[in-house]
Design a protein around this ligand. Structure first.
Ligand code: PMP
Length: 406
């Protein structure tokens, strides 16, 4: 019998490589001498020598744009020319000039008009989700979340005492029939729905346009906010970026989260919240912002500099090319090697156990959601490693699989 392994998710979050896609750098890349390694205390961070850890959905350390960030920092923190008040407590919504630059950046990249008054500076999507959990929780201690979903999202909800109610995802994205059924049978609306409408983590799927429209109708009808976690929209492989859900017509109930983690560097801890002013007003009244002011204003000013100088635009274009290349390499290696008989009874966790001695790891689908269907899936990120390392990792996965089949 012939089966194929249900690799439903090949997620690459980013790659930061100014110029990597040009032919010179590509050659360097294809003849790499050193394995990509990274120290770290958690499996999320750690990449050992000669190991391929496909769980790592982060930029390769050698490609983080440290030179450009250093230059932007020295320009924005020039003691002779910069505004000293950058170091002061700032406006809760974020500095106006930073929001204005982000609005110009988003408007251009998405071909839509984004008003700076609809933006708030955040410290990235994880923290923004936490802030929203605490602002929206009120009496509702439940939230709807996709199954499967971003593996760390349920923990953020849990940290705020919010119980996750799962809704399945199919080929077109979030299953609205299940959502509708839950909305009609539940006593009250949830605190919010958390979803990843574009390039979903881990499935890679994008919510269809008819479902987007219906989802927004349901939110309006049943009065529940939608937190749209959208870290990957600007890393589109096709010619046009899919605009944030908050920019759709009738998106009054949508709060879109964007981040610089995947397009500049996760260590910056900077992102933006894009929503209608009612949600921004709610957030700026949050006690933590009233006390501490706007989030991360110094880094906001540095990132603003990378936008104003045009660096970020060119950098994103390079990252996109690099990611397209890496995804093709991994896809080809897997298509060439994995298109073999695999009994569906093999659980991804069993494969992971067999893979570990071969120094290859991945995220088993069961970590992304409770549905038993997730057990036969694995999530493979392709952003961290060089093409040769991806090929090597794919080969080791095949070897691991053979140890189970033989
Ligand atoms: N949401 C999703 C869906 C992600 O994939 C990630 C990163 N892997 C994050 C949030 C984390 O975003 P940030 O770095 O901005 O906290």
């Amino acid at each position: 019998m012939i089966y194929h392994i249900p690799l439903h998710s090949i997620i690459g979050s980013l790659q930061n490589s100014p110029g990597e896609a040009d032919s010179k750098k590509d050659t360097i890349c294809l003849n790499m001498h050193q394995w990509t390694v990274q120290g770290g205390t958690t499996p999320q961070q750690c990449a050992s020598d000669k190991e391929v850890n496909f769980s790592l959905g982060q930029p390769s350390p050698r490609l983080l744009p440290i030179e450009a960030i250093a230059e932007a920092a020295s320009r924005s923190l020039d003691p002779n020319g910069s505004d000293r008040l950058i170091l002061q407590y700032g406006a809760a919504q974020g500095r106006f000039s930073t929001r204005e630059s982000v609005s110009v950046f988003l408007s251009k990249r998405h071909q839509i008009a984004v008003d700076p008054s609809h933006l708030m500076i955040s410290t990235g999507n994880s923290a923004a989700l936490g802030l929203l959990c605490s602002a929206l929780r009120r009496t509702h201690a439940t939230a709807f979340i996709e199954d499967p979903s971003y593996l760390h999202a349920p923990n953020i909800l849990k940290s705020h005492g919010i119980q996750a109610i799962r809704i399945p995802v199919d080929q077109e994205g979030l299953c609205l029939d299940t959502l509708e059924h839950l909305l009609c049978t539940n006593q009250s609306a949830p605190a919010f729905l958390y979803c990843i409408p574009t390039y979903h983590n881990p499935t890679g799927r994008t919510l269809s346009s008819s479902r987007r429209k219906r989802l927004l109708e349901l939110a309006t009808e049943h009065e529940f906010p939608i937190i749209a976690d959208e870290p990957y929209n600007l890393l589109h492989f096709g010619p046009n970026a899919i605009p944030p859900l908050a920019s759709e017509p009738n998106a009054d109930w949508v709060i879109s989260l964007g981040t610089f983690s995947k397009i500049l560097g996760p260590g910056l801890r900077l992102g933006w919240i894009h929503a209608s002013p009612r949600w921004i007003r709610l957030l700026v009244k949050h006690g933590e912002l009233v006390s501490g002011g706007g989030l991360n204003p110094v880094v906001g000013t540095i990132v603003q500099q990378t936008i104003d100088s045009g660096f970020l635009d060119s950098h994103i274009d390079c990252i996109r090319k690099t990611l397209v290349h890496r995804s093709k390499i991994l896809h080809q290696s897997l298509a060439n090697t994995f298109w073999i008989g695999i009994p569906q009874s093999i659980d991804a966790n069993t494969l992971l156990k067999a893979a570990k001695p071969l120094r290859v790891q991945f995220t088993p689908g069961s970590r992304c959601g409770p549905s038993s269907d997730n057990h036969t899936f694995m999530r493979l990120s392709f952003s961290f490693y060089e093409p040769e390392e991806l090929v090597e990792g794919a080969e080791r996965l095949v070897t691991a699989l053979h140890t189970l089949l033989d």
